[in-house]
Design a protein around this ligand. Structure first.
Ligand SMILES: Nc1ncnc2c1ncn2[C@@H]1O[C@H](COP(=O)(O)OP(=O)(O)OP(=O)(O)O)[C@@H](O)[C@H]1O
Ligand SMILES: [Mg+2]
Length: 230
């Protein structure tokens, strides 16, 4: 079976400064890969590289077997890749509803039904500027928009940052439902309880290098915590 995502020896960064120093990994359709590491080790940079937002200096990223470097940015979604960045996740000047309709070819919002049921505030605020939401609510909007796309592969950078605990529990249910349906996810997370619930495998980054990886059951919570201690 062609993996949902494969990345090999990814070297990338900003200008002449390389942040990622040869990172490799893979995941199958229907799997969730958790990316873990201390602040500033290159997690977001890895997501940008996997989403094709920054060029690779070396290495290759393949999504569903296709070399990402050959897919123009405007075609990535059609190629089955959705990306929810860590920051600037929504269009602040557009309404909540407009943010959710932006990528749809129809005005039918029924795909968002489970998300509105879980996060009623998004529906209540549909007509209001997304910029008027709290940071955590904007994260929920970004999560809803990304999962609602039903992309085969989604990249989520710290989706639970600033989100209320009861909503984090709802996020994990919604995510597991998409995983059941065969979707694949790469998720950067600091929230270990969330990661332990949703992830099949983990990749630990330190100073731009992969320092550990493997199936989730191979890691104890204590071991995962040890990777986050400064
Ligand atoms: N747009 C940018 N231009 C230049 N350097 C950047 C840029 N974004 C990040 N960096 C640098 O790259 C390094 C890795 O940052 P990155 O955001 O990938 O880390 P992170 O693991 O996601 O951190 P955090 O846990 O704080 O989100 C840092 O030294 C950071 O300062
Ligand atoms: Mg980051």
């Amino acid at each position: 079976m062609t993996p949902a995502l494969e990345f090999e020896n990814v070297i990338a960064g900003y200008g002449d400064t390389m942040v990622l120093r040869g990172v490799s990994g893979a995941l199958q359709q229907g799997q969730v890969l958790g990316v873990l590491g201390r602040n500033g080790v290159g997690k977001t940079t890895l997501m940008r590289a996997l989403a094709g937002f920054i060029p690779l200096k070396e290495g290759e990223v393949r999504a569903h077997g296709a070399n990402l470097a050959l897919i123009p940015p405007q075609n990535r979604l059609t190629a089955g890749i959705a990306y929810a960045p860590q920051e600037d996740t929504v269009f602040s000047d557009l309404s909540v509803g407009e943010n959710l309709r932006l990528h749809l070819k129809t005005r039918d919002m029924s795909r968002y039904r489970p998300y509105f049921d879980a996060f009623p505030r998004l529906q209540e605020r549909a007509m209001q500027r997304a910029g008027s939401l709290s940071g955590g609510e904007r994260k929920l909007l970004s999560f809803t928009r990304t999962l609602g796309l039903h992309a085969p592969l989604s990249l989520l950078d710290e989706p639970t940052e600033g989100v209320q605990p009861e909503n984090i529990a709802r996020m994990s249910h919604l995510l597991l439902a998409r995983r059941e349906a065969g979707a694949a996810f790469v998720i950067v997370e600091q929230n270990l309880s969330f990661l332990l619930q949703v992830a099949d495998a983990v990749l630990v980054l330190d100073h731009g290098e992969r320092v550990a990886s493997g199936a989730m059951p191979a890691f104890t919570r204590e071991k995962l915590e040890s990777y986050l201690v400064v």
